[in-house]
Ligand binder design. Structure first.
Ligand code: IMP
Ligand code: MG
Length: 173
């Protein structure tokens, strides 16, 4: 049995996204914004964000997965879609669902840098407040959470629950 409890409601997410979109409109007014969203987890966040941003914005994707459907357990990181990215000389905002160990976002950022964007920033909806060895942090994060496993609004547990309208904690009983 799993126990699911609400953590961040859809209204709270919507108002945070409006706030972040306003910052993006201000920061990228005269730039060539490309949002690179990380599939699949960032799907809801990016979809809502691009509907709030008013500056011109190109949406591109990469797909990242920790090998296999292991649920809460992490495997080897694979990145798909790097070759198709058109970001050279452009202003990239890399958008992911959650900054956990930071391994995914760091690896992605390093891979994108090799394509020589004009600028590169990182944005996540959720960031865990946990001790980390590295100083690497996202440039912007929506909400801080603890070590609890979360689902919904794009985030999955074994590929399920991505369609939940808000963020929920999931505990195995
Ligand atoms: P990191 O590489 O450890 O930062 O992990 C980032 C990736 O792990 C995220 O993009 C998520 O796909 C996944 N992840 C980490 N924590 C959770 C969680 O609580 N629920 C669902 N997916 C998670
Ligand atoms: Mg994921």
């Amino acid at each position: 049995m799993v126990k699911v409890k609400p953590l961040i409601g859809k209204e709270q997410i919507a108002s945070k996204i409006s706030e972040i979109a306003a910052e993006i409109d201000r920061d990228y007014a005269d730039l060539d914004l490309v949002i690179v969203m990380v599939l699949k987890g960032a799907i809801c966040f990016a979809a809502d964000l691009i509907r709030q941003v008013t500056v011109p914005c190109d949406l591109q994707t990469v797909q990242c997965s920790s090998y296999g459907a292991k649920g809460a357990e992490r495997g080897e990181l694979t990145i798909l879609g790097l070759d198709a990215l058109e970001i050279s000389g452009r202003d990239v905002l890399l958008v992911d669902d959650i900054f956990d160990s930071g391994h995914t976002l760091f690896a992605l950022q390093e891979a994108l840098k090799k394509k020589e964007p004009n600028s590169l920033k990182t944005l996540v909806l959720l960031s865990r407040k946990i001790p980390r060895r590295s100083d690497f942090r996202p440039d912007r994060s929506g909400f801080s959470i603890g070590s609890e496993f979360v689902i919904g609004y794009g985030l999955d547990y074994k590929e399920r629950f991505r369609g939940l309208p808000g963020i929920f904690t999931l505990e195995e009983e």
